[in-house]
Design a binder for this molecule. Structure first.
Ligand code: ZN
Ligand code: ZN
Length: 726
């Protein structure tokens, strides 16, 4: 029932990332410079120990300890060395933990994930110049690897900080991680950066890139580093070093030219690799997210390995902005959110409501065709019910507070399941009655924090196309297969060609966190597995991601821009049937507990509609378009013919609109085109005389004149096919 969030490719808010960065105190920088000899890295056992390096092709190289990934790349081919960006190593057998960080205290996961110690045995990224001291599995990552892109972007953050300090030396540095779509760096400076400053920073960055300084890993004693940071008023670096390094440790720094930053790495080999980048936008952020702290200036940016990729990225952003459902919702008068009524509550205007009706009619008809039974359940129910279902305990934070009536307290429903369960329980069931499939377009209300709402995608009230299937364990597999079929039909019908499937399973070693017997879990997971395998549907298994009450399948559709949207979900439940003591009488005459499946295919009608608007950029296919056909009489003389044409079209079931204003024909055509109307019919004396219409098709322009009856036949067949071509 979790509604996922879009993986939109915008400049998304920062997520967790690789690691940190720092400019450090002037004299410390100087001392490092003088103590030179680019100061070879830490764990070099300068001995003749040999280590084994396992390469992806299965070959093994015996090399002296201290050999770098770059040495290995060069020994294979100089071209490979030049093409490599960073290395991924997995220690084999013995471990050398080189943890210079404390465990996270958990209050700031983003920051902790940058600085805290890593699992020494896990694969990790290292500089091409990092000496290897134990036997490893080694992969050399080239520019096409997503991890290499993250390393590039984090390196670009160093380049940004270098440029900022060269231009504005009074600036204090925070941290500069890569994000999903680029990078940022937090700066403290009393004067806000102006757009001109950002342009100057970008120009200076190009100069830093042109210098092509290598990124050099250096180490300095912790107390000396801290002393310098404190003296220079580098309060953020002081915080990071104090929090994430141990007393007595050597602190890890990275240098490019004169710029040195507290950082765990890794980086690209030199600044010259940061070829294609763009700075902006600028945002405010409080230090450590606390508004009592100084306000920082967060400078965002993005970087790619080529200008072509950078251009494509901005073209995609522009296209996404053009398709924004909030903008199109207003422009096409589809829906609104009213301040007076409250955030996250959707008003469906006539043009949006008609699309919703078509979606809902399709869904209900399809449910009936597939053996579901339609039900309706109340919006508010007694608090007692939510105690039995467990929502009162586990889900209370997402529910609206109780309302006191004369007989009892009531709560708005956040889910439809308990209602469907009461219907099941209302009469005794035998194995012959199963499966029972109850479907409802159920309105639910969930509390979302203010400020987190987003158009139709994140709301406080929505309609789930919800169904609950009560079945025997033996029926699980065929029921799941039918749900997957149904989900595929939804996606295909509404014009989505691609989707991705995830199977979330349990973690059997964490038994206490899961309801239901081992046998049931095994059976359910095996059934889900079997269904996906037997249909040849590729999927990703995610262990430990199942809800406590059962495993689930999530279907994420891929829209026209390649963005993923979590919509359909099929979930098992061993918990609610037990809580409500559901039963059926088996063939053996004994009482058994049915298995319950929750499934939603649109997910929520609101969210699905939002995705549809963006997918089609508001140009809905004919069968969904709110106004399918716009009528344009050339002059007032043709108004009577317009009425005739309109009544013929309406009789054939079309949604039409006539523009009878005293306006120029071209203005009327333009207005219908702006509304993305699929067909515009124009007629004057000639058409009227012939019982014809002149047809303009969206995206194709003027198609010439044809008899009205022919047009109706053609358009009718497109609607009947639910064509997504027009
Ligand atoms: Zn770094
Ligand atoms: Zn449910």
């Amino acid at each position: 029932m979790r509604r996922g969030s879009p993986t939109a490719d915008g400049l998304s808010p920062p997520r967790s990332t690789s690691h940190p960065a720092t400019f450090y105190p002037q004299d410390l920088a100087a001392s490092l410079r003088s103590s030179r000899g680019p100061h070879k890295v830490s764990i070099t056992h300068m001995s003749t120990n040999m280590i084994a390096v396992h390469l992806p092709d299965g070959s093994i190289r015996e090399v002296p300890s201290g050999t770098t990934p770059l040495d290995i790349a060069n020994s294979i081919s100089p071209r490979l060395a030049a093409a490599s960006v960073v290395a991924r190593v997995t220690p084999l057998g013995g471990t050398t933990t080189q943890s210079d960080g404390k465990a996270s205290t958990g209050e700031d996961s983003g920051e902790a994930s940058m600085y805290a110690a890593e699992d020494a045995a896990a694969p990790r990224l290292v500089d091409l110049s990092a000496p290897l001291s134990v036997s490893v599995k080694l992969e050399l990552l080239k520019e096409n690897d997503p991890d290499a892109l993250k390393v590039l972007r984090h390196s670009a953050a160093h380049v940004l900080a270098t440029a900022v300090l060269e231009l504005f030396p009074e600036t204090k540095l925070g941290h500069g991680p890569a994000t999903d779509s680029g990078f940022f760096y937090d700066f403290y400076r009393e004067k806000p950066f102006t757009p001109e400053d950002l342009a100057a920073i970008e120009t200076k960055m190009a100069a830093v890139v042109a210098r092509n300084d290598p990124f050099i890993h250096e180490f300095a004693p912790r107390d000396k580093s801290l002393e310098g940071f404190e003296r220079d008023g580098d309060f953020m670096k002081t915080h990071f070093v104090t929090k994430f390094t141990e007393p007595g440790a050597e602190v890890s720094f990275y240098r490019n030219g004169n710029f040195v930053d507290f950082c765990r790495g890794p980086h690209v080999p030199s600044t010259g690799r940061v070829k294609a980048f763009k700075v902006g936008p600028l945002a405010g952020a409080y230090w450590l997210g606390d508004e009592k702290n100084p306000q920082l200036q967060r400078v965002y940016g993005t970087a790619f390995f080529s200008q072509k990729d950078l251009d494509a990225h901005f073209a995609r952003l522009e296209e996404a902005a053009r398709r924004d459902h909030r903008v199109l919702g207003k422009q096409l008068d589809l829906f609104s959110i009213q301040e007076l009524a409250g955030a996250g509550l959707i008003f469906w205007h006539p043009r949006g409501a008609i699309i919703r009706k078509i979606m809902e009619d399709w869904m209900r008809d399809e449910c009936l065709r597939r053996g579901y039974l339609l039900v309706y359940t109340p919006h508010v129910m007694r608090r007692e019910l939510w105690k039995v279902s467990g929502h009162e305990g586990f889900y209370s934070g997402n529910m609206y507070t109780p309302m006191e009536l004369d007989d009892a307290e009531y709560r708005l429903k956040p889910m439809n399941c308990p209602g469907h369960i009461l219907i099941y329980k209302n009469s005794p069931k035998s194995y012959r009655d199963l499966p029972q499939r109850y479907a409802e377009l159920g309105n639910v209300y969930r509390y979302e924090r203010s400020g987190t709402m987003h158009g139709l995608l994140r709301v406080r009230g929505f309609t789930q196309d919800d169904a609950h299937i009560f079945c025997t364990p033996q029926q699980i597999e065929s029921e799941v297969a039918a749900c997957i079929d149904f989900a595929e039909a939804v996606l295909k019908t509404f014009g989505f060609k691609e989707y991705k499937v995830e199977l979330s399973t349990w973690d059997p070693s964490d038994r206490a966190h899961y309801a239901g017997s081992n046998e049931n879990w095994d059976l359910a997971i095996r059934s889900l597995d079997n269904v996906l395998k037997s249909r040849g549907i590729p999927y990703k298994t995610i262990p430990g991601e199942a809800a406590f009450y059962g495993p689930k399948i999530d279907v994420k559709l891929v829209d026209v821009l390649g963005r993923l949207w979590q919509l359909s979900t099929v979930q098992f439940d061993f918990n609610l049937p037990a809580r409500f003591e559901l039963e059926y009488v088996g063939e053996d005459g004994e009482r058994h507990q049915p298995v319950m499946v929750h499934r939603a295919l649109f997910g929520s009608v609101e969210r699905f509609f939002g995705v549809l608007i963006e997918h089609y950029a508001g140009a809905f296919p004919l069968w969904l378009a709110p106004v399918q056909i716009g009528l344009v009489p050339i002059s007032e003389k043709h108004v009577a013919y317009a009425a005739k044409v309109e009544s013929a079209l309406r009789a054939a079931g079309f949604r039409t609109e006539s523009d009878l204003r005293n306006e120029k024909m071209n203005a009327k055509i333009r207005d219908f085109a702006n509304q993305k109307t699929p067909y515009i019919l124009v007629f004057g004396d000639k058409e009227e005389g012939a019982g014809a219409v002149s047809v303009r098709t969206r995206g194709k322009g003027d198609q010439g004149s044809m008899p009205l009856t022919d047009f109706i036949a053609k358009a009718t067949s497109l609607v009947e096919m639910q064509s997504t071509e027009l």
